[in-house]
Ligand binder design. Structure first.
Ligand SMILES: Cc1ncc(COP(=O)(O)O)c(C=O)c1O
Length: 424
């Protein structure tokens, strides 16, 4: 092991500071800097970044406009835990483009944003249960990590814990199959009086919604007084400037943001209808109609300055055509590599997102995706990592950024081909 690897393993569990990756000890590297779509480790080795900080650096690493905005704000104070000029401008811009966000509040991560949405929904409706779709990640909160990677595949709507240490969720969480409106309808019909909310990623991980699925879920929620929560931590500002709401044209009651909004700086935000968001109005404190919400770092002027600069970069004409063209180019290229090698697989995703599933059958929700050859997927991703492609080999989801181009994707495709050659 190198000195860096030894130091990392001495201080961090599995040698990693923030979780996931699941690298062998000898594969751990320490990153030193990033620029555009590239990262460099302490040995000077260059990586093509196909993770982009799990999608939070959609604007690219060290984008000059973002660096400048943060540098301008830093000497003026980094946090007041209070309303400031940067968060005010950002809140106005989000409200302008997010129909669901009549009122907003800021926090510091996607995990908090989705947690608050669920709490507000429970408070508003006076009901206890939330329905999620199997395999969806909504952050590290309880609902987010239940039925995340289930292996027992219990009958719907029974939840399965993915993380030890989370309380049994049977009384709080129902689980439905994504893209299966009929089963979802049956679960909602049977539990309508107890359901506060349905929480969903409109594009679940890389799985696009079937025609009519989002509209159907919206109708079921409206008909039963259930709040619809869109977790737009990934889709927000990525599929379109107005996120999944704009892209699919279906409007939820509450929406959670994070990741790309902050341009790589810690951020979370949630918004909703005026009457729903009144639940966090502190003038109600002490009453049964008050939902606790507070965040020390929420809306801090550094993160929100970065976000304002990031959003002005995203507003540059052509941004979303570029992101969609790059995504198409990557997905088509990956399909070509598979077919040239005679391998069966699905390349799923939309916009600047792509994922390989080594399965002959269409992958449209957790159970169908789960049929894929996971050992081959893991080998391929680890092989890419060893070939200088930075990604999270715990899964197969790839993130592009506005800094990517066809040249870097071609380079990725060569390494994908090499890695497959070794893995099969
Ligand atoms: C869809 C979704 N929601 C929520 C989160 C949680 O965001 P954070 O890691 O900022 O807490 C993530 C993170 O990967 C995510 O992918």
């Amino acid at each position: 092991m190198s000195n860096d690897q030894k130091r990392a393993h001495d201080v961090f569990t599995a040698g990693i500071s923030n979780g996931e990756y699941g690298l062998a000890p000898e594969d751990v590297v320490v990153m030193e800097r990033g620029e555009g779509p590239r990262l460099w480790d302490t040995s000077g080795r260059e990586f093509l970044d196909f993770s982009m900080a799990w999608g939070s650096c959609l604007v690219g690493h060290a984008r000059p406009e973002v660096v400048e905005a943060v540098s301008r704000q830093a000497p003026l104070g980094s946090n007041f835990a209070y309303l400031n000029t940067q968060v005010l401008a950002l809140g106005e811009e989000i409200r302008r483009i997010s129909p669901a966000s009549e009122r907003l509040r800021f926090c510091a991560s996607g995990t908090e944003a989705t947690m608050y949405c669920q709490r507000v929904a429970r408070g508003f409706t006076g009901r206890n249960k939330v329905l999620k779709f199997e395999g969806a990640y909504h952050g590290a909160n309880e609902a987010g990590v239940t039925s995340l990677f289930p292996h027992k595949l219990l009958d719907f709507p029974k939840p399965e814990l993915t993380s030890a240490g989370t309380p049994a969720m049977a009384d709080l969480l129902l689980v439905a199959p994504y893209n299966d409106l009929e089963t979802t309808r049956q679960i909602i019909d049977a539990n309508a009086g107890e359901l506060a909310a349905v929480i969903m990623e409109p594009l679940q991980r890389c799985t696009p919604p079937h025609n009519g699925f989002l509209e159907g879920v919206r109708e079921l929620c409206t008909a039963n007084g259930i709040l619809l929560i869109y977790d737009e931590v990934v889709t927000g500002f990525r599929l379109a400037y107005g996120g999944a709401q704009e892209y699919y044209g279906v409007i939820p009651d509450l929406v959670a943001y994070g990741k790309a909004l902050g341009g790589g700086y810690p951020i979370g935000a949630f918004g909703g209808r005026v009457d729903v968001m009144e639940m966090v109005n502190e003038h109600r404190i002490g009453g049964d109609d008050y939902v606790w919400m507070a965040s020390t770092l929420g809306g801090n002027p550094i993160s929100t300055a970065a976000a304002n600069a990031t959003l002005s970069v995203f507003r540059t004409p052509g941004t979303y055509d570029h992101l969609h063209n790059l995504g198409d180019y990557l997905r088509q290229g990956m399909r070509r590599v598979l077919s040239d090698r005679g391998l069966t697989g699905q390349i799923i995703g939309d916009g600047p997102l792509a994922q390989v599933v080594f399965s002959g059958e269409p992958a449209f929700n957790y159970r169908s995706t789960n049929k894929g050859d996971k050992a081959l997927a893991r080998k391929t991703m680890l092989g890419l990592f060893r070939r200088g492609v930075f990604l999270n080999p715990m899964g197969t989801k790839l993130y592009l950024s506005i800094a990517h181009d066809e040249y870097i994707i071609n380079e990725f495709l060569n390494r994908f081909d090499d890695s497959l050659g070794e893995a099969v």
